[in-house]
Design a protein around this ligand. Structure first.
Ligand code: ZN
Length: 305
């Protein structure tokens, strides 16, 4: 059974890049006889725009991309995330951290590590239980203990990018599961929800590919299966940078959904059909083309503790 999902953050309307990811995940599900879910990733509540969820769902519906179940919202799933964090803590996979950003940077500097622009240095492990834990200070955040894994090197296969590898301990270190401001971290919410919703195939933008090793490590820590992954090409802004809500990417104009879909399909390497088909015929045409381009992926891998 194939279950796929599209998981937008309601921080604004869908732009050309997010429509590419939505169309790709919809086509992959349809091409392989699966179900397609929408999950609203609204855990970063200060960044969310109250009206955006409805508007995004309307944009998708205008493009013929309707989910097989009512959308789920992460903001209502805090109890699940807390249970997962409790499970990880009980198993030694998670620990509380008292460090402020300044303290982390001071420790990194003391070790001769200098932060490069745009690159986070790994957390130095100051509050790991084996190094003395919180030492009486209040917990701010919760982190994953990457040292708990027999190996923190994650090898994975992306259907489009091919063989990928990252040593999570060295590349990102003990990453945050619950933030100092009390909000749930993206990595934990995604992994818990994919497992709870039975997601077997993740199809999303390539800008999210570098989260995958952390998510696979978390799946193993939680005993959850690892889905198959396909990361789609990004739509670049005129200046060559990634298109994002941060650089004011324009919202997809759904007054002409066929034009918007045709542009998204071109990014995915799908041809424009001859004539003037309606949305249903267009999507059916691309589903058939998709099946040839991206044959059914392997079944999901069982959890490897
Ligand atoms: Zn700490």
């Amino acid at each position: 059974m194939y279950i796929g999902r599209f998981a937008p953050s309601p921080t604004g309307l869908l732009h050309a890049g997010s429509l590419v990811a939505a169309l790709a995940s919809w086509l992959d599900a349809r091409a392989h006889g699966g179900r397609w879910l929408i999950r609203i990733e609204d855990i970063d509540t200060p960044r969310c725009v109250p009206t955006a969820t409805d508007l995004i769902l309307r944009q998708l519906a205008a493009c013929g991309l309707t989910p097989d179940e009512p959308p789920a919202c992460q903001s209502r799933r805090g109890a699940r995330y807390q249970r997962a964090l409790d499970q990880l803590t009980a198993a030694g996979w998670a620990y509380p951290c008292a460090c402020s950003r300044q303290r982390i940077e001071a420790e990194q500097a003391a070790r001769g590590l200098r932060r490069e622009r745009g690159v986070e240095l790994p957390y130095p492990g100051t509050c790991r239980p084996e190094r003395g834990g919180l030492r009486g200070q209040p917990a701010r955040a919760w982190r994953l203990h990457t040292g708990q894994a027999p190996s923190s090197r994650i090898d994975w296969q992306d259907r489009r990018l091919g063989a990928q590898s990252q040593d999570v301990k060295h590349a990102v270190g003990d990453f945050v599961l619950r933030r100092a401001d009390g909000l749930w971290a993206y990595q934990l919410a995604v992994v818990v929800d994919d497992a709870a919703q039975g997601v077997t195939h993740v199809v999303r933008g390539e800008d999210l590919a570098d989260n995958t090793p952390r998510q696979i490590l978390l799946q193993r820590a939680l005993g959850a299966p690892t889905p198959s992954y396909l990361h789609t090409p990004l739509v670049l802004a005129a200046d060559g940078r990634k298109l994002s809500k941060q650089n004011d990417a324009r919202a997809v104009d759904v007054s002409d959904p066929i034009a918007a879909l045709t542009q998204a399909a071109a990014t995915l390497g799908l041809p424009a059909p001859a004539g003037h088909p309606n949305i249903g015929a267009l999507l059916a045409y691309w589903s058939a083309a998709w099946r040839v381009l991206w044959p059914a992926a392997d079944a999901i891998s069982p959890s490897q503790p």
